[in-house]
Design a protein around this ligand. Sequence first.
Ligand code: HEC
Ligand code: HEC
Ligand code: HEC
Ligand code: HEC
Ligand code: HEC
Ligand code: HEC
Ligand code: HEC
Ligand code: HEC
Length: 336
Amino acid sequence: MKSCTYKKIILFITLFSLSLFAGQTAALKVVNPSQASISEENIVSFVVEADSASVDSVVITTDTNEAFNIEINPKRSHYCKSINLHFGQNSIKVVGYKKNAVVKEESRDVFLTSKVDKEYRYPPQKYNKIYFHNEENEKICASCHDMKVNEVQGIAFEDITKSNCYGCHKNVTKEKHGHAPAVNWLCTSCHNGKVGIYNQTDKDKTKYSVPDPIGEICFSCHKKNKEEWSKKQFHHEPADSGRCNKCHNSHSSQSEFYLRKSAWELCTGCHKDKIEGMHVVKTFGQKPHPTYGVKDPSRAGKELSCISCHNPHVSNAPSLLQSSTVFGLCSRCHKK
Ligand code: HEC
Ligand code: HEC
Ligand code: HEC
Ligand code: HEC
Ligand code: HEC
Ligand code: HEC
Ligand code: HEC
Ligand code: HEC
């Protein structure tokens, strides 16, 4: 009997404090992203919780002075906006107003990393990676967004807007050249929740982790490439180690083959010392050989670039040359 009364009292206290807690809706709270987070994609999702009793509008302002105005209404608790990022530190301000007076101000620093440019490769110490997709975070969104995976393995969506991932992530596929599995919203063909030797720390942090290195996943669809490349004698380090995503964006890009940058810019991101082309012709008193800015006689309609002479992945010639001998290479463009 006694313990039953205790239980009732405890239950009462719990309910009472819960109701108190529920009464204290924050005037304004930035739910995502957390402060000082790292992003690998050039987009971050701002989710703001706002209480219409204390705030009637919210303005999100980026450090490039883009501003987004959100009207707060009594029927809604959360407001969502995708924000574009530039490389390095982005400082984004969220200000809540009531009748044009500032009620509350919050800010978020988000660091967009680059896999190519050394200056943006390693964020300062204060930053931490975003891991959004866990039960706790998803619960906040589930009242308005369907958080389940609804893709059928290997079968493209006829109407991509029906993918449950689309509403929140449509911007990952917005660039001109889109990669088939991404533009068909087969996201989990890569985001299988597993980790690789280079991202052990992502283990169990998010449902949608992707193994680093990603190579074996790429080859699971690009079987022919694997077969052909494995027969070659020389392999380019970043491709050989399976880190295809150093050069390719898996989703979409402004460059052909979903390259993160045009081929020349990609190569010189890691090999700056080769820009002048001093390495091409090795004779006494050598002159630089062009590596860009002129037409490529060996590839109709294309500009000369590093890949005119080098294969980005593999080769049977040293230095990944496009021909089996240096002389053979020269004569691709210099006849006679
Ligand atoms: C109260 C309902 C509601 C809740 C809760 C909610 N959202 Fe949304 N969200 C929407 C609606 C509605 C849209 C469509 C765009 C609009 O009307 O704002 C949207 C759009 C989005 C977008 C796309 C924004 C853009 O600019 O393209 C993202 C990203 C997003 N939500 C993320 C989230 C996340 C993450 C959570 C949970 C932390 C969440 N939302 C919680 C209602 C909600
Ligand atoms: C309610 C909105 C919402 C929906 C629906 C959603 N996501 Fe996300 N997702 C986010 C947010 C917010 C982040 C954190 C990064 C950011 O701010 O954009 C994120 C991050 C990710 C990441 C990076 C890893 C992580 O957990 O942070 C992957 C991968 C991802 N989402 C895949 C998916 C896939 C696949 C689906 C569909 C099954 C999906 N998402 C559905 C909002 C959403
Ligand atoms: C071909 C493989 C592949 C497919 C398909 C794919 N992704 Fe990714 N995704 C990756 C890789 C690899 C990364 C790791 C970061 C990078 O390389 O830029 C990534 C990163 C991300 C991130 C950013 C994570 C961060 O840390 O900032 C989000 C968000 C994301 N993917 C969402 C999606 C969504 C949504 C889809 C479906 C439309 C999708 N991805 C399809 C391979 C893929
Ligand atoms: C789920 C299957 C699948 C996965 C996984 C996949 N791809 Fe693809 N990829 C395709 C399809 C389908 C195409 C379009 C058809 C084609 O050109 O082969 C394509 C096209 C490409 C192209 C353009 C080929 C061309 O000639 O235009 C590149 C580059 C590419 N993928 C790179 C990658 C990389 C890098 C990865 C790993 C990060 C990857 N793919 C993972 C299915 C996949
Ligand atoms: C060092 C940068 C780099 C890395 C790393 C890299 N690629 Fe590529 N990839 C390129 C470039 C540049 C092209 C375009 C070649 C052209 O224009 O002829 C390309 C083209 C492709 C193509 C289409 C043409 C073809 O050869 O079939 C596929 C498929 C592809 N890459 C897959 C991959 C896969 C899979 C990996 C990882 C095992 C990978 N790449 C790693 C730079 C890279
Ligand atoms: C992410 C960094 C990265 C990018 C981008 C990159 N490389 Fe490399 N490359 C390396 C590393 C690492 C090595 C091996 C160590 C070294 O020789 O510096 C290498 C080696 C090479 C070699 C020498 C190979 C040998 O067998 O001696 C050539 C040639 C080369 N890269 C050409 C290119 C070309 C062409 C591109 C553009 C398509 C490119 N690289 C883009 C990192 C990169
Ligand atoms: C006109 C042809 C040509 C062009 C264009 C060219 N290279 Fe080379 N590259 C060569 C030749 C030939 C060698 C081999 C030199 C030797 O072994 O004597 C070489 C060697 C290399 C090596 C390995 C040897 C070393 O010195 O480390 C790298 C790395 C390299 N090139 C990168 C690049 C990059 C990056 C670009 C674009 C900025 C580029 N190359 C443009 C012809 C070219
Ligand atoms: C992919 C095409 C290509 C390859 C391969 C190539 N070149 Fe060139 N080379 C060019 C172009 C384009 C020019 C610039 C011509 C112009 O400005 O009209 C050039 C210029 C030169 C020049 C300067 C000539 C002048 O008129 O000023 C020399 C010397 C030269 N190349 C030698 C070589 C040697 C040696 C090799 C082999 C190691 C080689 N090239 C490989 C395309 C190539």
